[in-house]
Ligand binder design. Sequence first.
Ligand SMILES: [Zn+2]
Length: 482
Amino acid sequence: MILVELASRFEELSSRLSEQYYCQYAGLTYDRELMKKLAQQLTEVSNEFLREFTEPRSMYLASIDTIAEAERLEVELDFHDKRMEKISSEKHHINGKKVNWGNWRQFNSQTDDAQKRKEVFDEFIAKAPRIAHLVERRMNTSKEVYKRYELTPLESYLELEQISFEDLLNLLMKLGDGAKETFLSAADHFAPQILKKNKTEYYDDFYTWRGRIFKPLNRYLEGRAPLDEICRFLGTLGFNISSINVDAEDRPNKSPSASCWGIRIPTDVRILYRKVSPFTNMRSIFHEFGHGIHGISANPDDSVWKRYIVPMSVAETFSMLIESVTENTLYLQEDLKLQETAVGEIVDRVRFMNLIFMTFYAANSIMKMEFWKNNYTTEEAAVRWEELTERFFIRTPGIYWILHHVMPNYDMYSPSYVIAATRVTTIKATLVQDYGEAWWRNPKAGELIKQLAQTRGEFNIKEWRLNPEPYLKEQKSLSFLE
Ligand SMILES: [Zn+2]
């Protein structure tokens, strides 16, 4: 088959497969057998590509990843089920059910008694080794597939992201080290109100904070329709988002976290979301519509690889850029017309979460980079992650990494959020400089964003410098520490 035919076959199969995943996340019926069949056919297409071609390079790397994904399918489904089953509390309940991996965050968000949260955390840490062998197998499968092509998942990742190991490590170190002290001081400030105790400790993880710290902000956004706000916001920027399909339906099996699906790019882009709480709804709607405009801005005449194979940090750049407006003082004051106290409180809390994010994801990302570089076992990875937590925040039992939803589930991914967040700071500086503080009211700013979005897999990564300083400086300015 010639390249264009192979690529369009790849597009066809990926579209059908992602539609099945979409249905799974939406809580609709989906066909497991069809998914397996499509994954198999995608493997065949990828194998054929790898036999016949070495270029385009992005397609080459994506083909290896597609094969690895298909070979991991069984163990990943197994991991998904066993994690729910084995990581479950004997003692604690939520809404009449045992606390398990799936409702753990909900439990932490609703439970004010810190001792109970600690007990569940310790119990889950003690049980984590029971699922470690599945993570080991998942990672080994990836390693073996990449090895056939004389690569590691890390090398492929760095190549797509166009960043060297040293530069990425350096960025992560600077952010993690730079955020640590301010994070710890701010955590002491918030602990009594949010954690109901005087000090933050190892079991108060990122998700416990996130599930609790935004609750008092809900009252400011009660009764607002986030979909109306995002339509207004993106409309002023010149985006016609009517082609983005939004599913806000509440179904029992629908995923609680919002997501955006480029089923066919640019013609079939869908957003799934389920109401959680007013503040979180606003943030996630803005985030997902960032992905949405990225998808619909693609040029339908571009090649399959240009439209579909986008570095993960580039994908997160658009979502994080749009989401960042919901923590912008001017937007909150003038567009959402919120009172000064409300604005101050929102900005402080979001920045605090960004600081935890930097410390936590510095540890997560560095561990994953070294995981592939040094050939760690899951246990060695746990030892290393524990050291990194001590360096960047608070020493936490290392096996926690197995319980995270990104670290054991992906080859890499973790650094992508950090790269994107840093890049967004650079893009925002340009927008402010060229179109003013309230750049989102200028359609010309929208044109720039649209142009950048249209580049998809050919996004000019080197054009936007990754400078940790401005990002750190902005997030470290908290009103109560001045
Ligand atoms: Zn995202």
